[in-house]
Design a protein around this ligand. Sequence first.
Ligand code: NDP
Length: 282
Amino acid sequence: MMRDVREDRSERVDEGVRILPAGAPMLTGKGAVVTGGGRGIGVAVARKLTRAGAAVVVSARSENEIESVAEGLRAAGRTAHAIVCDVTDPESVAAMAARARELLGSVDVVVNNAGIARSAPFLKVSLEQWETVHRVNATGPLLVTQAFLPGMLERGWGRIVNVASVASLIGNPYITAYAASKHALIGMARCLADELAGTGVTVNSVCPSYVDTPMTDANIEKISAKTGRDADAIRQRLEQKQPGGRMITVDEVAHAVMTFMPDDAASLQGAELVIRGGGGAR
Ligand code: NDP
């Protein structure tokens, strides 16, 4: 039988500060939605959120992947549900939001993680590529955030975290559409952060460089297919180019996401946390 998180709301509020029972994880009684929660970074984020006591909805288009993630979390004793959603489709987002509220009681945490990567030299960026990438990476977070923000504002507490990229802050060859969409995501967060000041709701972004995920595997395969170079050699080259000589792990990104969760993170507003294992990125 599924645990009803509404029964777990054992916190007290004292002069505006939440007082949890001794030893309770910090997100006890909170509901969280992770988009793109079927593989890669989203899975690690869902894992850490549930470990911190949140009841989680993992969402993406591939039902088998999100069902298997939710099942794995439930097998570990956590509260997790899967809801299919295409973040580019307003109706799909509205339906997901309604179902998430039904299942979780309230949605207090949103991690805008769903994203896609495409590459092309500037003159070969098609309108189709530009629009597809922007719809997932920029419009998706707008729709999902708009769906859940009113409830957070009503309750006076919320955490929105965008999984952006170092490509939100710098340019690189051949990733025009991706970098532009990730710059748009950061621009949205900067504006929203100013609007949210003093509301108890925060919006922040994490900006990783190359992370070891299925997205990166797919990119390496594409480069290999295009250039005829060996995929392992391409991976090694990518790793060598990272300041720490390796890719970032999904758990390292999830850890960065979690830094925005505590009550004491209330003044982290509109921040961009770069994760690349070395200084710089701008
Ligand atoms: P993966 O490709 O491994 O996972 C992406 C997730 O997003 C999947 O669950 C996918 O599921 C979902 N998704 C894609 N399109 C949509 C859509 N239209 N609606 C709903 N869900 C969607 O990617 P990563 O884990 O690597 O990336 C996660 C985020 O991190 C992305 O925003 C990415 O840009 C960002 N990032 C990744 C880096 C990397 O090196 N991997 C570096 C910096 C940032 P499905 O296809 O089933 O819908």
